[in-house]
Design a protein around this ligand. Structure first.
Ligand code: HEC
Ligand code: HEC
Ligand code: HEC
Ligand code: HEC
Length: 393
């Protein structure tokens, strides 16, 4: 080997050696793009906190995470794949407003508001989108993003594939149907299916927004020297109670709580006189010991829990933290029916008016009655025998 060929070979040899010795370093020479994605949020602003150990997600934590990690995330795009809203009710609209305000603040690159199972009239959505500067994905068309020198094409129209760019298709379709998609690097669906791992179909990677944004998905695309996607890895970020919150988004959620509370018009809440529910105080004269033992349980404090959380006027919370909410003669508000706040005797035994007159039978107790409130979602640790032990009287 002449000295010249040796000089020519040396850099290549060093390059190979460095790859062998420092695989990380060689990786850094290539590029990567992080795709942060949500989808199927369905109006969830934050977990209720019923079971702090297991409940995760929420817009304030999501925003806190993204702003804390900005530098570490490197070039990234942030996308919501749709199915974003709760059904069209007065409260659903307040949720949509809080969501779009928050997504706007977080700087989402694309939000697929048109992929939604419960769209509001278009004027309502359009007004919010404009007011909060949300980058919405057009129904026909694409959003082009330039991140760290990488060109990304985001669209929900499968015909709008762009050569020479990283192609991200947004969809609301089930994963089974998406396997037919060709040519796109990534497909993000908001179908609500839980895909713990991405599904690979040819050179396409399919991922799915975690329902209710309980987890943030991060799909890292590894790009080769020509900028083509050479591989990918997915991870989930689970943000629990201890995760730092973005105070600005927290303020949006506080405002939402106040607006929800204002939906409740005291003057319209006239308690039915002679209603079916009485409250524990009416049971005292004949069941003193039961009342005493109930007072020592957390059920007797369930309303204070909501007051602490600023949610004592939120019907979506009140329903399980009071007696008979939503039924005739049940809890309406603290002002009009204070005797029916908290989980009380009649939450389990049924309405007591007739019984307190004729001592007729009360509802037969069983596990099913607990499960009305101790759902998998709100009480994931529920175990009938163990829980019963704690409330026995
Ligand atoms: C489907 C019924 C249900 C709904 C709806 C519900 N909760 Fe609860 N909540 C429960 C149950 C059951 C528990 C007790 C869970 C356990 O300990 O296993 C609980 C516990 C809690 C706790 C924890 C109390 C403690 O002692 O630490 C908080 C906080 C709470 N709920 C707040 C809320 C808020 C806020 C909402 C509305 C956004 C809400 N809940 C809606 C059933 C419900
Ligand atoms: C009307 C809704 C409702 C029903 C029905 C209900 N619970 Fe609860 N339960 C709650 C709520 C709300 C809490 C949380 C109270 C708090 O701390 O604010 C709770 C808390 C508890 C706790 C305290 C958990 C802890 O962390 O110590 C136990 C135990 C419990 N419930 C047992 C039962 C059992 C057993 C039944 C059925 C026999 C039952 N509950 C029926 C709503 C209900
Ligand atoms: C969380 C649900 C729950 C609440 C709230 C509750 N109970 Fe019960 N109660 C039960 C269950 C379950 C049983 C049967 C198991 C037992 O004996 O503790 C029972 C049993 C009873 C019995 C018959 C027990 C016996 O000695 O034969 C009476 C009377 C009674 N409850 C009254 C009350 C009164 C009064 C209150 C309110 C102060 C109340 N309960 C609140 C679930 C509840
Ligand atoms: C004026 C007295 C009186 C009042 C008020 C009263 N009870 Fe009773 N209750 C009784 C008597 C007496 C029995 C026993 C009846 C029997 O064994 O047939 C009884 C039995 C019960 C039982 C167990 C019987 C069964 O059907 O399994 C429950 C549960 C109960 N009461 C709940 C309540 C609740 C909840 C209230 C308040 C809303 C209440 N009671 C108010 C007198 C009363």
């Amino acid at each position: 080997m002449s000295i010249f060929t040796c000089w020519r070979v040396l850099p290549a040899a060093l390059f190979v050696l460095s790859h062998l010795l420092f695989p990380q370093a060689s990786f850094a020479a290539e590029k990567a793009l992080n795709i942060l994605y949500t989808g199927a949020m369905r109006g969830e602003l934050e977990p209720c906190g019923c079971s702090p150990e297991t409940q995760s997600g929420g817009l304030a934590r999501l925003s806190g995470f993204i702003s804390d990690q900005k530098a570490a995330l490197g070039p990234y795009i942030l996308v919501d794949s749709g199915n974003t809203f709760a059904p069209d009710t007065a409260q659903g609209r307040l949720k949509a407003e809080a969501q779009l305000r928050s997504l706007g603040m977080m700087g989402y690159d694309a939000v697929a508001v048109h992929i939604s199972k419960a769209p509001f009239d278009s004027g309502f959505t359009a007004r919010l989108v404009k007011e909060h500067r949300v980058a919405t994905l057009p129904k026909r068309g694409a959003i082009k993003a330039l991140k760290g020198g990488l060109k990304v094409n985001i669209s929900s129209d499968a015909r709008l594939l762009k050569k020479g760019m990283i192609n991200v298709l947004i969809s609301g379709k089930p994963v089974g149907e998406l396997k037919a998609v060709k040519g796109w690097d990534v497909v993000i669906t908001s179908s609500g299916e839980v895909l713990e791992e991405p599904v690979r179909s040819g050179r396409t990677t399919i991922v799915s927004g975690y329902p209710k944004a309980e987890k943030l998905g991060i799909l890292t695309l590894k790009l080769d020297r020509r900028g083509k996607v050479a591989g990918s890895a997915n991870r989930w970020v689970v943000l629990k109670k201890d995760a730092p919150e973005d105070p600005a988004v927290r303020a949006v959620l506080k405002e939402y709580d106040l607006k929800v509370a204002a939906l409740l018009k005291e003057e319209e809440l006239k308690p039915v006189s002679g209603g079916l529910y009485l409250g524990a105080q009416s049971c005292v004269e004949c069941h003193e010991p039961h009342v005493q033992s109930w007072k020592a349980t957390k059920h007797a404090l369930a309303f204070a829990t909501l007051e602490r959380a600023g949610k004592s006027k939120d019907p979506e919370c009140v329903v399980c933290h009071t007696v008979g909410f939503g039924e005739e003669g049940g809890f309406l508000s603290l002002k009009s029916t204070p005797e029916l706040a908290n989980v009380q005797c009649e939450s389990c035994h049924g309405a007591g008016r007739e019984h307190s007159v004729d001592f007729g039978p009360m509802r037969v107790m069983g596990k099913e009655i607990c499960l009305k409130c101790h759902t998998h979602e709100n009480s994931p640790l529920f175990d009938y025998e163990k829980y019963l032990e704690k409330i026995k009287h």
